[in-house]
Write a protein that binds this ligand. Sequence first.
Ligand code: NAD
Length: 491
Amino acid sequence: MGAVEKPRDALPVTAGWEYASSLEGREIVSFEERYGLFIGGDHVTPRSRSWFTTVSPSTEEPLAEVAQAGPRDVALAVEAAQEAFERWSTWRPAERAKVLFRIARVLQERARELAVAESLDGGKPIKESRDVDLPLAAAHFFYYAGWADKLEYAFPGRRPRPLGVAAQIVPWNFPLLMLAWKIAPALACGNTVVLKPAETTPLTALLFADVCRQAEVPPGVVNIVTGDGSTGAHLVRADGIAKVAFTGSTEVGKAIQRELAGRDIPLTLELGGKAANIVFDDCALDQAVEGIVNGIYFNQGHVCCAGSRLLVQESIHDQLVRKLKRRMATLRVGDPLDKNTDVGAINSKAQLDRITELVQSGTDEGAELYQPPCRLPEKGWWFAPTVFTNVAQSHRIAQEEIFGPVLSVLTFRTPDEAVEKANNTMYGLSAGVWTEKGSRILWMADRLRSGVVWGNTFNRFDPASPFGGYKESGFGREGGRHGLEAYLRFE
Ligand code: NAD
């Protein structure tokens, strides 16, 4: 009997191995039973007398009660921020820098606790909150601390001045990181802020309030108002704000833009995406497979710049899809607090319903679905890593943002065709190009209508690098020197 031939690139670890669980200690974080709003440096009871419960998406267990801020609460927060602005904006810039440095240090010191809180409230794997969200959030504060006393050098001859109170609204996919992207540049430029976290993930913003106290941020410089979309709408409408910065869906971004029409308030919008991850036949294929997996299954695909459309050169399609499926079979889906987990829980029931509906549309429209065998936990909200082949440009799964662990595979023959297909979307946030040729990466980057283009990598972030979109992915940039501009006026 001849020996059974094993595929050369098969991973032996997939055959019958079980990982022992390695749980991060939940006890490092203790939530209050009920949180008030953080206004003027204190946790205050909301005037609305209204609360809601935030739950863990991996277990559906209630974690804490959180205030639902009404219009009066929002007005109080804006007043506190206005009052604080009078002093904060006149501080010596080097003193403001020290406050930002202190925030960064406290974030580092409390990184483990905050990472656990992020994974509990949001469902993302602890290895991501620990190794990505927290280090990057701290890095943002370090980076903008460095700019605080150098604004005159950042914009020579333009006499930069702060705007006033920045109204900032963030989504649920990177709660603390998006907070850092917003608060760090605003404070470095001498503004004060009222920030509204997303309703499904308010807890790390509330813990951040405590970080601010520890870092001796003056009262009123940072205010946190929790609540759902209606709280966000009150904040956008509030008198006394001088800037709106929004990260979230394109639909809500457009509503905010309409609301601000006719008011002299600068706006930045960081919205949705449908990134193309473009793989040429001369690339290092195994590295590309890692990049594809990281591009779409990182944070369950709840990533605005996720590589949700894989454009693969036709000649390597079958080989690449085979390798990809094999790699997908090694992904571990489960408890976000387990250090071995690769794919955690879906953030909410509403998001799970949306993913399920879009995946159904993919099957109905004729695409071919593959999910590796994996046992999903009974409680909580879960979706198995999914890849669709035989996808047409017109399919909803190729056009709409799914915001879940779902990849759509399309093919191309020439670089021109890759560019055309990649740009055939209403979005323009990010893209990836995999090829051995540096010149081709530059040629592609020139033609792709995306704010960010990664070459032979994906989902890399750095505070010094500006991030933002074209088309319906929004406008304005966060990060880098560009990120300062959104929080300044020039005399
Ligand atoms: P969402 O638009 O539903 O909500 C975002 C935030 O806006 C939440 O805090 C929400 O409470 C608030 N909000 C809702 N309605 C509002 C209104 N009418 N006025 C003011 N605020 C309102 O988006 P989401 O579902 O939380 O987040 C997912 C979306 O965010 C995706 O489309 C994703 O691509 C996008 N996103 C973009 C970036 C980026 O940098 N471009 C980063 C992360 C997420």
